[in-house]
Write a protein that binds this ligand. Structure first.
Ligand code: ATP
Length: 325
């Protein structure tokens, strides 16, 4: 009987639980033993594992977070940490591991595969910043959460004829900002992939729009833009208020975007991708990531996946700015 492990690593994302459920149930369906590894790669080093059965994953498909807990594990970046993990895997009789996380977690999976423990990576992160995949588990839920929050802000922004500057998650990627921005009719969308100019991208857009009668404004800003460009979001709001004379408030959505019940899209993809990963391990195939490309679930070499680059869809970006005026 084959034994496989499953772990969640890096930042949590809604849909990780649905993925764990799929991995566990598929493995059991195939007659495997399945171990749940807790706290990401930490559990692999310390041996914090628990045997999963059909009921271990009951009542979690609709829950955000991860029942296996997640963590960053600096020790796993070192050879000594990897060797320790390899020993734990051998002691537990693990024939393969499914790693749910982002690019960093995939690097770990690649390193462990090189040591002879077949690993398959699944893209789990709200930011959609995994270059090899068009989609990541949790992205759809996070966008929908951000959209609902901005819709609420819009109600009060409109009532007071104000401007709202909203910071959404995305340290290196503007996907949440772009999609939330177009879905909420933001006057400006600032993403890390496109350099911005205060006058052109904020001031002029607001003033030109105001001439046509618009009285309230939403500016959606990805976290990475704020981090790189200091001023902070509060300073940006102050500057907008000072230069336009329009009362402006800053809101940071923060970690609410990481939680909540996953959407249909995230649950379905989590279920299919989890199943796909176990199929690979069942055939003895490791060192792969399961990704979405052109609406199909496929697998590619981890090393190749980590070389890939991705950028936002400029067409969507341009359309958003054309029609949100
Ligand atoms: P998120 O998108 O949420 O940041 P991530 O998987 O990219 O997810 P990281 O913090 O980059 O998050 O990585 C998670 C863990 O993966 C790290 O704590 C570490 O244990 C492991 N890891 C990251 N990079 C490497 C590497 N180069 N070699 C080995 N392990 C790594």
């Amino acid at each position: 009987v084959k034994t496989i492990g499953v772990l969640t690593s890096g930042g949590d994302a809604p849909g990780m639980n649905a993925t764990v459920r799929s991995v566990v149930r598929t493995g059991l369906h195939m007659g495997m033993r399945v171990l749940g590894i807790r706290h990401g790669y930490n559990g692999l080093i310390s041996g914090d594992m628990v045997e999963m059965n059909l009921r271990s994953v009951s009542d979690i498909i609709h829950r955000g977070g991860t029942i296996l807990y997640t963590a960053r594990c600096p020790e796993f970046r070192e050879q000594a940490g990897l060797e320790k993990a390899k020993k734990t895997c051998q002691a537990a009789g693990l024939d393969g591991i499914v790693v749910i996380g982002g690019d960093g977690s995939f690097r770990g999976a690649r390193d462990l595969s090189l040591l002879g423990i077949p690993c398959v990576g699944l893209p789990g992160t709200i930011d959609n910043d995994i270059a090899s995949s068009d989609y990541t588990i949790g992205f759809d839920t996070a966008m929908n959460t951000a959209m609902q929050m901005v819709d609420r802000l819009r109600d009060t922004t409109q009532s007071h004829d104000r401007c709202s500057v909203v910071e959404v998650m995305g340290r290196h990627a503007g996907y949440i900002a772009l999609n939330t921005g177009i879905a909420c009719g933001a006057t400006s969308i600032l993403v890390p992939e496109v350099p911005f100019d205060f006058k052109r991208d904020i001031y002029d857009r607001m003033m030109n729009t105001r001439k046509t009668g618009k009285q309230h404004f939403i500016i959606v800003v990805a976290e990475g833009v704020v981090a790189e460009n200091n001023p902070s979001i509060d300073e940006l709001a102050k500057r907008i208020q000072t230069e336009t004379g329009i009362e402006t408030r800053a809101t940071v959505l923060g970690h609410v975007q990481r939680g909540g019940s996953p959407t249909v899209e995230d649950r379905v993809n989590a279920s299919l991708m989890g199943n796909y990963a176990v199929e690979l391990l069942n055939r003895g195939i490791g060192n792969r990531v399961v990704v979405m490309r052109d609406n199909k679930i496929v697998d590619i070499d981890i090393y190749e996946a980590l070389q890939m680059k991705k950028t936002i869809d400029m067409h969507t970006y341009e359309v958003a700015h054309q029609i949100s005026i």
